[in-house]
Write a protein that binds this ligand. Structure first.
Ligand code: ATP
Ligand code: MG
Ligand code: MG
Ligand code: MG
Length: 562
């Protein structure tokens, strides 16, 4: 029999007002409903209701990972420097990494993700092709010193991730492990009740080739993706790389590592961008005939940038340098959207962090001044030329692409042999010769999923969980005096005896109005009220989502809910 959780004993102080620093719906509601409390920037304490939801999500993830034959392990979060030095990520991660020293002066880090350590575990455990394939996972606390830990648990500096890793001897094997994970993720997110899209992604600091993200569309999301209405193409705008420029002459491409002469002409610029010289470039800050000019920002609506012209006319184009910005802070700007500071920028790798710049629009009241690269947002040491807009033609069918905001809830990678090469992870093959192992890595933001789900399901009244994820199956409210309280507790116990997870609001001296408001805010899917007709043994069953109510006898209500 399940336990009845009494609200009078529950540590969940609800708040009427939004926390002052909260910008996103999930942040506001999870705090107001008493699920989480902020301990410090990006560090969150999970209170009883929040912990239940977090555990429910972890349980679904665990069940589906087990179902594809992945084995659960638990590795340390506190890690030695050496493996990350060997892979290069000790440096690559930069400020994102939490670093610390032990009493002997040895260098350690708090794990942001665990490719290195899993590779070493498998190197120790698996020696023959017969030991593979193997898939391992953990649900563990991860640490990243995020530049902007906003949005509550959506972007924590400490957060829960399910990370898994596959080890195969052949490329086909890796493709199979990847496919298994992809299918498991589809099941997981469907069970969680999340609306999501699978999109192409860049592999970022992970390295490797094939990579897809699972994005949950939501206004609070920090990712922008393009979606073909015919389902022919979907990608994170970070990953958009069209091979041929669309017919309208607009340019598309995500650039990495630009290596250009100091004073490129339009022709050189176009050449390394891989577009015709007549293309319209977006989101590029350059000097044209000595004047600094910004060209478009995609994805972020309502911007009205100075342009180089509909088509780049032959002119001398220079890359701007730090000196150009001295005494001209108005040139360093970010775009302030509904989610706060949103920046697209171009950083010259030759310029030190802190002196790089952003491009932004020139519209009044939509911009922040004096933002500093590295302090206010992450520094990427490559030119960020994101050039795709709503309505741009789908590279497959030509239909106009839709642009949307979303939360990255999962990410899957075919890493290939990058880490196996670093750590010489070989197994003895069928022919008696060593075979280099090929790997995949797969993440789900378990704590982020709590917030993503809240974002997608909440309404004006508060949170509104799907049953499998909710902290209880039913929330019983005693709306009245002793008679109602007695009935409420009695029904709650009957429901618990039938195996349901029950929350009962029997708080003395709390008005029915306050209890109803709290029930709506907490968001358990069914609300059962012992009120006016308690004397006749009649209760009211309310559906949290639809608001539909029904008067039922206690026996009917119990039968209905079980
Ligand atoms: P983002 O683009 O949002 O910074 P990421 O691409 O850096 O995420 P991955 O390295 O792919 O994240 O990690 C796997 C998953 O972990 C992500 O898909 C996301 O769901 C989750 N995650 C990453 N960073 C955070 C964070 N700071 N707080 C909560 N969850 C996170
Ligand atoms: Mg990140
Ligand atoms: Mg990402
Ligand atoms: Mg990612």
């Amino acid at each position: 029999m399940s336990q009845v959780q009494r609200m009078s004993r529950l540590m969940a102080k609800t708040l009427r007002d939004d926390p002052a620093d909260a910008e996103t719906l999930s942040h506001k509601l999870l705090v107001r409903a008493g699920y989480v409390r902020r301990t410090s920037a990006g560090l969150w304490s999970w209170l009883p209701l929040g912990k239940k939801v977090l555990d429910n999500i972890a349980r679904v993830v665990r069940e589906e990972m087990d179902a594809i034959g992945a084995q659960e392990v638990l590795l340390p979060a506190l890690l030695p420097k050496e493996p990350y030095e060997a892979s290069g990520r000790w440096d690559e991660y930069g400020d994102l990494l939490f670093r610390l020293k032990d009493r002997k002066g040895g260098d350690y880090l708090l794990g942001p993700t665990h490719e290195e350590i899993f590779t070493l575990v498998v190197k120790d455990q698996c020696t023959s092709y017969k030991d593979l394939p193997v898939m391992l996972y953990q649900i563990q606390t991860k640490y990243r010193d995020e530049a902007r830990p906003r949005s509550g648990v959506l972007r924590g500096r400490e957060f829960q991730m399910k990370d898994s890793y596959s080890f195969d001897t052949t490329d086909e094997g890796l493709a199979e492990s990847y496919a298994l994970h992809r299918a498991a993720y589809q099941k997981i997110f469907a069970r969680l009740g999340l609306d999501y899209r699978i999109v192409s992604a860049i592999s970022g600091a992970m390295g490797g080739s094939a990579s897809e993200e699972f994005l949950a569309p939501a206004a609070a999301g920090e990712d922008t993706f393009v979606d073909c209405p015919n389902g022919d193409y979907a990608a994170n705008t970070e990953a958009v790389t069209f091979t041929t420029p669309p017919v309208d002459g607009s340019a598309h491409g995500a650039m990495e590592e630009l290596d250009t002469p100091d004073t490129p002409t339009i022709e050189t610029l176009a050449k390394f961008l891989g577009v015709p010289a007549s293309a319209t470039l977006k989101n590029l800050l350059v000097k044209v005939d000595g004047e600094i000019t910004a060209v478009g920002v995609p994805g972020d609506r309502e911007v009205d940038l100075g342009k180089l012209g509909e088509h780049l006319a032959p002119a001398v184009v220079e890359l701007v340098t730090a000196e150009d910005f001295e005494g001209r802070p108005e040139l360093v700007r970010g775009y302030v959207g509904p989610q706060g500071l949103k920046i697209r920028y171009i950083a010259d790798p030759r310029v030190a962090p802190g002196t790089a710049w952003v491009t932004g629009a020139n519209k009044a009241d939509t911009h922040a001044r004096d933002v500093v690269c590295g302090r206010d947002f992450e520094v990427d040491d490559y030119f960020d030329v994101v050039v795709v807009e709503e309505g741009d033609p789908c590279p497959v069918c030509g239909t106009g692409l839709k642009l949307g905001r979303a939360i990255e809830i999962g990410h899957i990678f075919q890493l290939g042999r990058k880490y196996a090469d670093t750590f010489q992870l070989d197994v003895l093959g069928q022919q008696g010769k060593p075979v280099r192992v090929t790997m995949g890595s797969y993440g789900i933001g378990v704590s982020r999923a709590v917030a993503a789900l809240a974002e997608q399901t909440a309404d004006e009244q508060g949170l509104c969980w799907p049953r499998e994820i909710a902290p209880a199956d039913v929330h019983v409210v005693a709306a009245g005096k002793a008679l109602q309280t007695e009935l409420a507790v009695d029904v709650a116990e009957q429901l618990a005896a039938a195996g349901l997870r029950v929350l009962v609001d029997e708080r003395p001296g709390v008005s029915p109005g306050v209890k109803f408001t709290d029930a709506e805010l907490i968001g358990v899917p069914k609300i059962l009220v012992a009120g006016r007709r308690a004397g006749d043994g009649v209760v009211e069953l309310k559906d949290r989502r639809t608001g539909e109510r029904e008067e039922l006898t206690v026996a009917e209500a119990v039968a209905r809910l079980t």
